[in-house]
Write a protein that binds this ligand. Sequence first.
Ligand code: NAI
Length: 736
Amino acid sequence: MSVSFEGRVVLVTGAGGGLGKEYALAFAERGASVVVNDLGADTKGGGKSSAAADKVVEEIRAKGGKAVANYDSVEDGEKVIQTALDEFGRIDILVNNAGILRDRSFARTSDLDWDLIQRVHLRGSFLVTRAAWNHMKNQKFGRIIMTTSAAGIYGNFGQANYSAAKLGLLGLANTLAIEGRKYNVHCNTIAPVAGSRLTETVMPPDLVASLKPEYVAPMVLWLCNEQCQENGGLFEVGAGWIGKLRWERSQGQIVRQKNQPATPEVVRDQWDKICDFTDATKPTSIQESLQSIVSALSSVESDEEVGANPTSASVASASGINPAEAVGQTLPPSTFSYTHTQCILYALGVGMSTKDPDHLRFLYEGHEDFSCLPTFGVIVSQAAMMDGGLSSVPGLNIDFTQVLHGEQYLELYKPLPTSGELTSKTSIADVLDKGSGAVILLDVNTYSGDELVCYNQFSVFVVGAGGFGGKRSSEKAKASLPPPNRAPDAVVIDSTTRDQAALYRLSGDWNPLHIDPSFAAMGGFKAPILHGLCSFGFAARHVLKQFADNDPSRFKAIKVRFVKPVMPGQSLQTEMWKEGNRIHIQCKVKETDAVVLAGAYVDLHGASEEASPENLTQGGGLQSELVFAEIGRRIKDVGPTMVKKVNAVFGWEITKDGKNAAQWTIDLKNGAGSLHKGPLSGKADVTFTVADGDFMEVVQGKLNPQKAFFSGKLKVRGNIMLSQKLEVILKDYAKL
Ligand code: NAI
């Protein structure tokens, strides 16, 4: 794909000559509509003329390009941007380039020398950028360039005023990169070197002639293209060479001891170590920077003799991901209120139709069995993430334009109500390093009041964020499973409509990728794509109809892996294999035969389960049932690891209303581990007796097991020391 600016509106400030002119010509040549801003000042900021900008506009037009001139000073930022809006209707790209020089040795720098330089470079870039900012944010696209200088980065004799303003621009860019990231508004900084009227007084004429501005322009164009994901970078560029800069920080040295004053003498004595760049780190964010300072604080308080930087292994990587910091963090709880309208809208979003009489129970609130589709459980839970909650998690400094939805697991503990207010609590369960990217596992528990309604695990893939030295797999991950090796037991083909994504998004996923053609193009798609969770909804209801008579109470859980996108209008082919109460599924696009959902399955409750007398008397209505079911599944997945960690047999007597209601044995001593429901066999090392409600309180961390024990709510027989291992089973594995 070539680097094109067709349809883009570009503003280059100070484009009447030098570097700016070269940028303007190059953008226009590649299809952009260009606003050529130049005040037509002399190099010191004096005078004013429209000739400079006009000449560049003429040159662009003569070549068949689109350009208009603007003669305002960058100090009139609003006016400069208004020209772009008036003439071309939008503003996509802004190159802050205008500049002047008033070189003086520091002692001779006057107030005017100082102020003029700050006003044109720093304040001018601020004013023009602020005028463009909301337009870029609202359209979810923007590329901004700040122009710094080697004089700012390294200092230069006679340029105190200029150095200060130029490095000020880097600070401005650093923060804009952070604030703009989630709106796809990127800001980068360049320190160019080129022969121009600004440099002809300081460089020999030969060099001025050979360091052509046209060698710098390609870098500016690339940074401003929608294909380029660079954000917050600093580059030196000249003569056709480009290099990237970053900060480096020494391991550092702690210079005080617990309960003792810090002294300049200690600083002096540790000076070599403070300045030693052996094993230096490269912090990329304020969080990483602070992390070392805070860890220094705790090592001083705990009297450890270590450097201010944690070992390089525990320091966040250049990608900004630090699992040690991120895992276990929680997002602010989110509340989701809904009525039957949202349930119906969702059902329509995942392709239900009144054409099928069976669908009416999900589409008509007056239907005698009116129900909410089970997969609506992802909608009620995703709010915390949709609100951008992830961006505030320490240790997860990631580029949000690079986030893909990789996998999804949903489990319902009761049918979803058709209206209500649900609260979701989201935590970072794990962060994995897959080399080409990072996987973030998010566990979301959704409650109605105190009652757990459903559990989701979102698995998101961050392209390019891998390589931070983390683990590749996690026992916390809900695994996908391959289908059996035989022809499917059932196949359902269902078409999506051209407006499927436009309809589905109304349920709360507003990502423009699914509706805005230019946004989709930026992600490399020919057109907006269907939401992965929409195909997920299609597949789930195919199973529900085929194997559970459209009865939502039969639905237990679903897992899918998103493999390829679906375009609205394509047909989905769901292939199903029944293995007991587990229905394996694979979803393809019928037209292309491409697999879109893989490793997927739906777990159903057995049809006879509710009717069985054992369930009515024993399991019926016990909340602890859910936890044991989960423990059972975890034992299947990672039994040997649990056996190794725990090495004991636990007996449980769950009571309800003072009566014995269920008994369970968790055997984590023998072989791969096992879970058994029924009378206790006597082989348990320790046996707990607890009421169903208290058990849930303990599991949810609301009731401390020790407290429960001392207050008599939890009775223990056998090896009481083993209760300490409960945490491993309940917290780590039951994930409640
Ligand atoms: P230049 O002097 O050829 O271009 C600067 C342009 O900005 C001029 O056309 C001038 O009329 C315009 N301008 C000045 N004040 C303005 C204002 N208030 N409003 C609108 N336009 C205004 O200089 P050159 O070399 O092309 O510099 C471009 C940028 O690159 C500047 O920001 C400069 O500081 C920076 N830079 C250049 C280096 C070089 O080697 N040429 C080195 C480091 C930084």
